[in-house]
Ligand binder design. Structure first.
Ligand SMILES: Nc1nc2c(ncn2[C@@H]2O[C@H](COP(=O)(O)OP(=O)(O)OP(=O)(O)O)[C@@H](O)[C@H]2O)c(=O)[nH]1
Ligand SMILES: [Mg+2]
Length: 432
């Protein structure tokens, strides 16, 4: 069943017509309403052969667009030898069926297209299960409609036609599979949660942001590793975690996650919960945004919405405006500064601004530095080693078995020192 769904709805190598219906409360870009859908379609491997935009006050109940427009779409499909029509809006199963009937073409909506991309990009068994679940839950209602034509050959009132039986068999198979996928994913979820919670001694930072904002590029810049980077949407589907050496004294964990997009299908967010577990439990989120996009404010808003839905604590968020190397007009900086006064400006490509990111993260991870004067038993080898590694010792004197140390140390390490035994005493604590 799942295999059939995937093949049924894929648009790879197909000639497609893009259709955008602009509604008064729509979130599409007014300057280029189909821009994002075009990128999504290309990422999915489709050949965009034609595009149409229509304005409506509200969706038409039967086929989303009006009857006249549906006919026009059908004509354009014939003229341009279109295989599939992709709507920028989310359609109901019956609207899709009606449009397929009128146009004699395969019709997909925006969520199905995103699901198609995810299905193509999913590599780990976990992300494959997640995509399959989202596909079954989202696309099943429309596929079940494929059997309704058989109903006409059924018996009279009260008898069950072959179509109806088929729907029921189908539904049972799908429900069983959905149950199986959910329980497998719940296992993975629990395992992931244990893994994330098990790291409670290490500060965890997670990169989040709109797809194609440059999260993976920034990850590579900061940790010096090779994560897959591509100028396409949803290049990253798996979460990758790396150790990031922030300073002489501190290592943190940095995770790169899946990108977000406006109107992300609800089922997809739910299914990818385990992948986003890192973001939910991170000590700090680095929200990466593409400052060179004129849609940056809307993209930031879309990401924040998903983070809120996931229950992330946004007070632990650091906004990073990336791709500043592409901004030539200085007035853009003035606008960005007034809209996002606390954001850091970086270019993950050239490395500009990386130091400021490191410092900001260090400040959160380590807390403020303090000057301390402390006494301890110098035979406490683990403590002595910890201090040598994590503090800048300015003076150290010995008196019998007691050593008196003056040092500058960050707040997090100072807290850790209290756990090294009863023979440790902090005498004074002042600003450095
Ligand atoms: N000019 C410029 N391009 C950048 C910068 N950072 C990233 N890019 C480019 O933007 C594209 C997307 O970068 P990625 O790092 O894959 O973006 P991502 O946020 O990880 O994207 P997904 O994983 O698809 O969500 C690539 O072509 C990068 O080379 C930057 O600072 N300046
Ligand atoms: Mg990426």
């Amino acid at each position: 069943m799942a295999e059939m769904t995937r093949e049924e709805l894929t648009v790879r190598q197909e000639r497609v017509l893009l259709v955008g219906v602009i509604l008064p409360d729509g979130t599409a870009d007014p300057r280029d309403p189909l821009g994002e859908l075009r990128s999504l379609a290309k990422t999915a491997g489709a050949k965009v052969a034609d595009e149409m935009v229509a304005k409506r006050r509200m969706p038409h109940v039967k086929c989303y667009v009006g009857a006249g427009k549906a006919e026009e779409i059908a004509q354009r499909c014939e003229q341009n030898e279109i295989d599939a029509i992709i709507f920028d809006n989310d359609l109901t199963p019956s609207q899709i069926r009606k449009l397929e009937e009128i146009t004699e073409c395969k019709v997909l909506d925006r969520s199905e297209l995103i699901l198609d991309i995810f299905a193509n990009h999913a590599q780990s068994s976990q992300s494959r299960l997640q995509v399959e679940l989202a596909q079954l839950e989202y696309t099943y209602p429309r596929l079940s409609g494929m059997w309704t034509h058989l109903d006409r050959h059924g018996g009279g009132v009260g008898t069950r036609g072959p179509g109806e039986r088929q729907i029921e068999t189908d539904r049972r198979i799908v429900q069983k599979r959905v149950g199986f996928l959910k329980s497998k994913l719940a296992d993975i979820d629990r395992r992931k949660l244990r893994e994330v919670k098990g790291r409670n001694d290490t500060f965890c930072v997670c990169l989040v942001g709109y797809t194609n904002a440059g999260k993976s590029t920034l990850m590579n810049l900061l940790t010096g590793t090779g994560t897959y980077v591509a100028d396409q949407l949803f290049a990253t589907l798996e979460t990758k975690t790396r150790r990031w050496n922030l300073s002489q004294h501190t290592d943190v964990l940095l995770s790169d996650t899946i990108g977000f997009v406006r109107d992300l299908p609800h089922h997809l967010v739910a299914s990818f919960r385990a992948t986003l577990e890192e973001a939910i439990h991170a000590d700090l989120l680095i929200h990466v945004a593409d400052a060179s996009s004129h849609r940056v404010a809307q993209q930031i808003q879309a990401v924040d919405k998903v983070l809120d839905d996931l229950g992330c604590d946004r007070s632990r968020e650091l906004l990073v405006l990336n791709k500043i190397d592409q901004i030539i007009d200085p007035t853009i900086f003035t606008i960005l500064n007034s809209e996002f006064p606390d954001a850091l400006h970086v270019s993950a490509k050239t490395g500009r601004g990386a130091d400021a990111v490191i410092q900001a993260v260090a400040k959160r991870a380590e807390g403020l530095p303090v000057r301390i004067k402390m006494e301890a038993n110098y035979r406490n080898g683990r403590l002595m080693q910890f201090i040598a590694q994590h503090a800048n010792v300015e003076q150290q004197t010995y008196n019998d078995s007691v050593t008196c140390i003056e040092a500058i140390i960050t707040a997090d390490k100072l807290e850790a020192i209290q756990y090294f035994g009863n023979d440790v005493e902090i005498l004074t604590q002042t600003a450095p």
